[in-house]
Every structure is written in structure tokens, then in C-alpha cells.
Design a protein around this ligand. Structure first.
Ligand code: B12
Ligand code: SF4
Length: 353
């Protein structure tokens, strides 16, 4: 058990909470190969901020090291929360140590903490594994009561229904390419063996009710938006409902899916009608055997069919453009094919803006 009860004002507890997304070698304020191209507002911080219980009367500050530098000696806080992916873990641990030297309590959470909690535990006063919609508010209430534990795990049965909208108002909108960053689902039903997702979160898909997602997009008055879902079509029925609900909004959107979207003409057409302007797809290999050994869900057939399918492989701005991420085997035989229209017209994740 850690932490003393902190200042009380009447019955309300005032807590100064600072949430930080540390820089990594690729994505950082100065330098990094991504430069400014992927600088959209981090949904992790705004989501965590929205989950802070109202009764804590917290003073909240969000810091993205993708847009500004952090000086850990100058920040005043009772509690610092750091989101950690593997690439940012060294920086997160460095910041954590600096804050803890000053007596500031540090909480670590995020994909890396979920994957290897034993690595993170020694660097924090508390760690949070898995999705934190329930555990983060619980931790904060415990902290305010002076009984913060050292580890909070996501419990079974987590629901993403009826959650508050992310606190996008807490970050400077003009420093980002867009603040219209949304998610409808979490996780993925597949189990590709190179992917962090099944290892960290299992294969259970989590979904926000479609009406919640639409309400968030409406209140943001978004016209162009990005979905950060790992695989938007993990549950095709859900995806179809989401796409149908997007049509009246007349938005343009960009997201991620498997190439299996190309094998489902009905869903692809719906995606297109809903305003999908680009999809980032992972093409790990064009060899069926390699896909099978990597437990990749999409096979040679779906890769090649979707790659060549005119409805997805098109540079026409009225259609869906596909950009691809190759992560493992690249066979020269694949590149000997005539250049596909999709490669000529592919967009990078940053290009919708
Ligand atoms: C957006 C994104 C990016 C953006 C980040 C910038 C931005 N402004 O958003 C960009 C495009 C720059 C990016 C880059 C990279 N990314 Co990225 N990215 C994502 C993505 C698609 C969405 C993250 C997100 O917003 N999720 C929504 C929020 C709400 O969920 P969350 O972050 O998981 O947070 C929840 C919990 O994890 C937890 N939590 C998280 N942090 C904390 C902290 C505290 C204190 C607490 C209590 C709880 C908590 O609570 C939240 C609510 O439940 C994820 C995949 C995904 N969908 O999660 C990959 C992901 C995070 N990225 C990943 C990777 C590998 C990278 C790159 C290395 C890719 C590359 N090779 O280029 C780079 C590294 C960049 C760097 N920092 O140097 C991996 C991380 C794997 C790992 N081992 O840690 C992921 C999981 C994708 C994957 N399938 O592998 N990325
Ligand atoms: S389909 Fe994509 S998100 Fe799902 S497990 Fe495979 S690589 Fe990961």
C-alpha cells in the first residue's frame, strides 16, 4: 500500500494529475523518422483523462512528448501517469525515476506494461495492465484515499458502453494534424504470432456501441477523421453497422483493417459509402505457407485477390485507397508483378490531412 491521504477541500479531494505520452526514437518532438507526419492527438491521454472520477476534483495536465519536451524537474504533480509502448519504455522509465526522486507517485500503463508487467513494476509505484476503463478510476480513488495498490489488472467482463467522451479539450488542438481521432473497437479476433495484440489483450474483441461512436463524432463535428482501431473489421457485423451509421454523417475517414476487407464486396462497398478514403493493411507475406506459419489470418488468396481487386486497388479519390505495411517476408516474385494501381495511388497514414 502506498500514498498518504492528500489535501481535502470540504468533502472533495484535489489531486494534481499529469498524464504523459513519452517520446520514442521514431515519434518525438524533435527528430524521429515520423517528423510531424503522424502527429495526431493521442487518444490514450484524452481517454485516460476522461476516466478521472469527478469527485476527485482533479487538476489535469496532458503532455505529449511528440509535440513538446518534458522537464521532469519542473512539473508539479501528486500523481504522474505514463503510457508505455516497448519503444518508449526507456524514456518512460527515465521520466518515472526523475519524478519518483522528487516524491511524485508514478503509475505506468499501456501495451508494454500489459505485455511484460514484471519489466515495468520496478519503475513505478503502481502499474495498470490491460484496458483501464475500470481499473484507472479505481486506482485514483484508492490513491486519494491513501491506499493505492502496486498493481491493477483489467478484470473480465469489461464493457466499453456509455463511457465519457475523450477529453480532447485538454490538449492544444492547433499543435496536431487533427484532434478527430476515434476508436470504435479494441483488440482483434486473430492470432498472428508476430503481433502484440493477441499476446497483450487476447482475442476477445471489445466494442463501443455504434451509437456512442457516432455521438462522439457528432459532438466533435468531425468531417475528416481517423479510427485507430487495430482491425476495424474484426467483427464484420459490427463493422457493417458502424459503416452504415456513418453514411448520413458524410464524413471522410481513414483506418486500419486486414486485407480480408477485399474478400467481402458487401462490406467494402459499405466502407466506401461510409466515407472511407484509406485503409492501412499489413501484408506480411504474399506466400500462403508463410502466412500459415505466422498464423496470419489473411492467406495468399485474400492478399492477392484484394490487392488486385479494382474496388480497393484504386487511386481514384472517390474510392478506398489502400496503403500497406510489410513486416516480414518480402519475396521478389511479388514485386515482379506489374505495378498495381493501389501501389501507384497508395496513401500514407498521414495523407488524409
Ligand atoms: C495511434 C498509434 C500510434 C501513433 C501514436 C501517436 C499518436 N499521437 O497517437 C503513431 C502512428 C505515431 C504510432 C507509432 C508507433 N507505434 Co503505435 N499505435 C497506435 C495505435 C494504433 C493506437 C493507440 C491508441 O490511441 N489507442 C487507444 C487508447 C485508448 O488505447 P491504449 O493506448 O491501449 O490505452 C488503454 C490501455 O492500454 C491503458 N493505458 C495505456 N496507457 C496507460 C497509462 C496509464 C497510466 C494507465 C493507467 C493506463 C494506460 O488504458 C487505456 C484505456 O483502456 C496502437 C494500436 C491500438 N489500437 O491500440 C499502436 C501501437 C500502440 N503502436 C505500436 C507500435 C509498435 C508503434 C511503432 C513502434 C510502429 C513503428 N514501427 O513505427 C511506432 C513507435 C512510435 C514512437 N513512439 O516512437 C504497438 C505497440 C506495441 C508494443 N510492444 O508496445 C501498438 C500496440 C500497435 C501494434 N499492433 O503493435 N503509433
Ligand atoms: S489481424 Fe492484425 S491486429 Fe489482428 S492479430 Fe493479426 S496482425 Fe494483429
Amino acid at each position: 500500500m502506498l500514498g498518504d491521504p492528500i489535501s481535502l477541500r470540504g468533502r472533495a479531494v484535489v489531486v494534481r494529475i499529469v498524464l504523459i505520452s513519452p517520446k520514442g526514437p521514431l515519434y518525438r518532438h524533435r527528430g524521429g523518422i515520423f517528423k510531424k507526419s503522424l502527429r495526431y492527438m493521442p487518444l490514450t491521454l484524452t481517454t485516460l483523462a476522461s476516466l478521472v472520477p469527478e469527485e476527485l476534483e482533479a487538476e489535469l495536465r496532458l503532455i505529449d512528448e511528440g509535440i513538446e519536451d518534458v522537464d521532469p524537474t519542473a512539473i508539479e504533480a501528486d500523481l504522474v501517469g505514463l503510457t508505455v509502448i516497448t519503444g518508449t519504455a526507456p524514456r518512460a522509465y527515465e521520466l518515472a525515476a526523475r519524478f519518483r526522486e522528487r516524491g511524485i507517485r508514478v503509475v505506468l500503463g499501456g501495451p508494454h506494461v500489459t505485455l511484460v508487467p514484471e519489466d515495468a513494476q520496478g519503475h513505478a509505484d503502481a502499474i495498470v495492465t490491460g484496458y483501464a476503463e475500470e481499473s484507472w478510476p479505481e486506482l485514483l480513488r484508492d490513491f486519494a484515499a491513501g491506499r493505492m495498490g502496486s498493481r491493477y489488472d483489467q478484470r473480465p467482463g469489461l464493457s466499453l458502453a456509455g463511457l465519457p467522451f475523450p477529453r480532447r479539450d485538454l490538449l492544444p488542438r492547433d499543435r496536431f494534424i487533427t484532434d478527430n481521432v476515434f476508436e470504435a473497437t479494441r483488440g482483434c479476433i486473430h492470432k498472428c504470432d508476430f503481433c502484440v495484440v493477441p499476446a497483450a489483450w487476447g482475442q476477445k474483441p471489445y466494442q463501443k456501441p455504434v451509437e456512442d461512436v457516432i455521438a462522439d463524432i457528432r459532438q466533435m463535428k468531425a468531417r475528416k477523421l481517423i479510427f485507430v482501431d487495430l482491425n476495424l473489421i474484426s467483427d464484420r457485423d459490427y463493422a457493417a453497422r458502424l459503416f452504415a451509421a456513418l453514411i448520413p454523417l458524410k464524413v471522410q475517414w481513414y483506418g486500419l483493417s486486414t486485407v480480408m476487407l477485399g474478400d467481402d464486396p458487401r462490406l467494402l462497398a459499405l466502407a466506401q459509402r461510409s466515407g472511407c478514403k484509406g485503409i492501412l493493411m499489413g501484408l506480411e507475406s504474399n506466400r500462403g505457407r508463410t502466412c500459415a506459419t505466422r498464423r496470419k489470418a489473411s492467406t495468399l488468396r485474400s492478399v492477392t485477390r484484394s490487392w488486385w481487386r479494382p474496388s480497393i486497388a484504386t487511386a481514384s479519390p472517390s474510392r478506398v485507397a489502400s496503403s500497406s505495411a510489410w513486416t516480414t517476408t518480402r519475396r521478389r516474385s511479388f514485386w515482379r508483378r506489374p505495378a498495381s494501381p493501389s501501389r501507384r495511388g497508395s496513401t500514407s497514414p498521414a495523407s488524409p490531412w
